[in-house]
Design a protein around this ligand. Structure first.
Ligand SMILES: [Fe+2]
Length: 389
């Protein structure tokens, strides 16, 4: 996030004395990426952010074992059949992953404990429901269609307002808007499908009191519960270019071509080894003889994980795909519309249909995705053969 933001109270100069009303010093903390060489923010705490009183190892509640996609085949997983045992963090059910990214589904109506992912940024897509994201930077109210992007190391928790369904994209590095959307100094360019005005970030400090507050910390070595002497939500002010933010998929401005445009026009974020794309309602391609759905394609260098979040999937009629489905089309397999779909959409256009209502979140990975236990538990095993029917 290269856009400077200031929230709450900060001293006029960085690294100078900043005093509480009682005369004591606030504790300054730098959250900085890539050593001291990339985006950062300075946070001012009422208490020492270093004061921990206990550390304990934590066993994951849900299975995290990944298996290779063997025998290689396209897959269809029905997340509609999944039910989390936990909250939106501990109850994440692993669908797929590799060394770069983990993709999990969670559904819950209960608050999560405080959580810090120290392995990478997270992008949590809210498929359904409303949820309050609370963090050391403040609050973001999130709802259906929001991507909430959380920088590595941000202490936060999720407080659902009723039942919430999410797809959690956990990176092994930083998730950012694609470089090609930005000027050399980081401003969104005019051709980008969204811009600064579409991003929502905390606007005021979130202050909480408490002693001996547990924080679940995820590292490469596993999960640890660190108990902080004081509540980590004690930041009276912060400024900088590193903070969580939300972006709603409805604010994505799709690019439409005369003939079919490939997924890079839908790209929303990039992370190490993967991209995130948003397929949004839009006009159909407008060449008089256009075939306005994808041509068969073989992504020789990527696995394509598609989460269908809304709209009409008539183009996938016969595949079993519906809202809540996830398809995985791996490298090594050529995929495309179901038999009859091209003819059906051409006929629909002849009858005056000019738009598509599809809405999907796609994660394309550049290394093969292995399959998680949750995916295998809700797999539609007949999907691979639906093109040959
Ligand atoms: Fe595809």
């Amino acid at each position: 996030m290269p856009y400077y933001r200031v929230v709450g109270e900060v001293p006029r100069k960085r690294h100078v004395q900043f005093r509480r009303p009682d005369g004591g010093l606030y504790a300054e903390e730098l959250m900085g990426e890539e050593g001291f060489s990339s985006d950062s923010s300075l946070l001012y705490h009422r208490h020492l952010p270093t004061a921990i009183v206990k550390a304990e190892a934590v066993e994951p509640v849900v299975g995290t074992r990944l298996e290779p996609n063997l025998p290689l085949s396209p897959r269809h997983f029905r997340t509609q059949e999944l039910d989390s045992a936990g909250d939106l963090v501990g109850g994440r059910m692993l669908l797929a992953g590799n060394g770069d990214v983990r993709l999990s589904y969670a559904t819950s109506d209960r608050p999560s404990e405080l959580y810090r992912n120290s392995m990478g940024d997270e992008c949590v897509y809210v498929q359904r429901g409303r949820v309050r994201f609370e963090s050391t930077y403040g609050v973001i109210e999130a709802g259906e269609g929001d991507y909430v992007v959380i920088p590595t190391g941000t202490i936060h928790r999720w407080v659902p307002d009723g039942r919430v369904n999410v797809l959690a994209i956990e990176a092994s590095g930083h998730i950012r808007p694609p470089k090609r959307y930005l000027s050399q100094y980081g401003q969104f360019l005019e051709h980008a499908p969204y811009c600064e005005r579409d991003l929502r970030a905390p606007s005021e400090p979130l202050l909480a009191e408490g002693e001996e507050v547990p924080v679940l910390v995820r590292t490469r070595g596993g999960l640890t519960r660190l108990v902080y002497r004081d509540h980590p939500f004690d930041v009276v002010g912060w400024d900088g270019c590193l903070y969580p933010y939300a972006f709603n998929i409805d604010d994505f401005e799709p690019v439409v071509k005369k003939t079919h445009a490939p997924p890079p026009v839908h790209q929303t974020f990039e992370g190490p080894g993967f991209v995130v794309c948003s397929f949004c309602p839009r006009p159909l391609d407008y060449h008089p003889e256009a075939v306005p759905i994808p041509y068969n394609h073989h992504n020789v260098d990527s696995d394509e994980f598609m989460f269908y979040v809304g709209g009409d999937y008539s183009a996938r009629r016969g595949s079993g795909i519906d809202v809540g489905s996830v398809s995985l089309h791996p490298a090594g397999f050529t995929h495309g519309p179901q038999p009859g779909a091209v003819e059906a959409v051409i006929e629909a256009m002849a009858n005056g249909v000019t738009t598509t209502s599809e809405m999907a979140v796609m994660v394309d990975t550049f290394r093969p995705l292995d399959l998680g236990p949750a995916a295998l538990s809700c797999e539609d095993s007949g999907y691979a053969w639906t093109w040959a029917r």
